[in-house]
Design a protein around this ligand. Sequence first.
Ligand code: NCD
Length: 304
Amino acid sequence: MRSIIDILDLSVEELDELVAKAQDIMKDPQKYAHKCEGKKLATMFYEPSTRTRLSFEAAMYELGGNVLSVASAASSSAAKGESVADTARMISCYADILAMRHPKEGAPLVAAMNASIPVVNAGDGGHNHPTQTLADLLTIHCEKGRFTDLTIGLCGDLKFGRTVHSLIAAMCRYTGVKFVLIAPEELKLPSYVKTQHILPSGHAFVETTDLEAVMPQLDVLYMTRVQKERFFNEEDYLRLKDSYILTPEKLKPAKQDLIIMHPLPRVNEISVAVDQDPRACYFKQALYGKFMREALILKLLEVD
Ligand code: NCD
């Protein structure tokens, strides 16, 4: 029995397998339509979500399985004071696999240590978001055809943006990757992500506040939302929220084969005019997420 708490819980070979499986599902969904018959996915989301929860649930339905959903902490026994450990034990009695989002860093790990079913971290506070990284990897693979020799710009809230932390951890395992970290001083990448992942990989990275200056070098531009819910005061959020707004004008010096990604939801950081640009991949990225979650469910339930 395996849980996925961190993207590094999967080996590079397993990531390749998942990408190949997701691509096969995309080609022939019918082949997989009954694979999880009789199985149940529980989704337990103690923070807001649209894409992650619904794509997990859609993934399970597409595999012929069923879904049990705890929509919020307020509507579950967490409101009565039940611990994550106990809730995870309980859900193990009713479901075959659990996808869990929690505002506390490490909560899905605690759940995994106490559950008797696979637990998937669907986002823990400002820490990690491995299944978004699976969606991101499939997007990069389908749109760029490779994981190697890419200059990846990550822009926005690199401090609290958990999708950025997991994506960097994953991309550090491929050769020829360069990171361009674009953030205001207050929202720079936490030093632990640099010391745990970037520095040991030996990959080049630069930190800048200037998106336009670095635009021409980028193969991938990963925009992020300023994570309002993680700020300690509203004043700081209001000051920083519109630090970067991507517009068609700013994309003029960009490569023709750039891909523009965003885990979504978007607030102001990408103007809607950019949606028409063929390089905009963020809506496709959300669709790719469903296929990767199908591949992951099959793997964790050991269904072939
Ligand atoms: C992200 C998240 O929850 O971290 N959303 C998602 O799962 N696609 C990004 C965000 O909320 O900004």
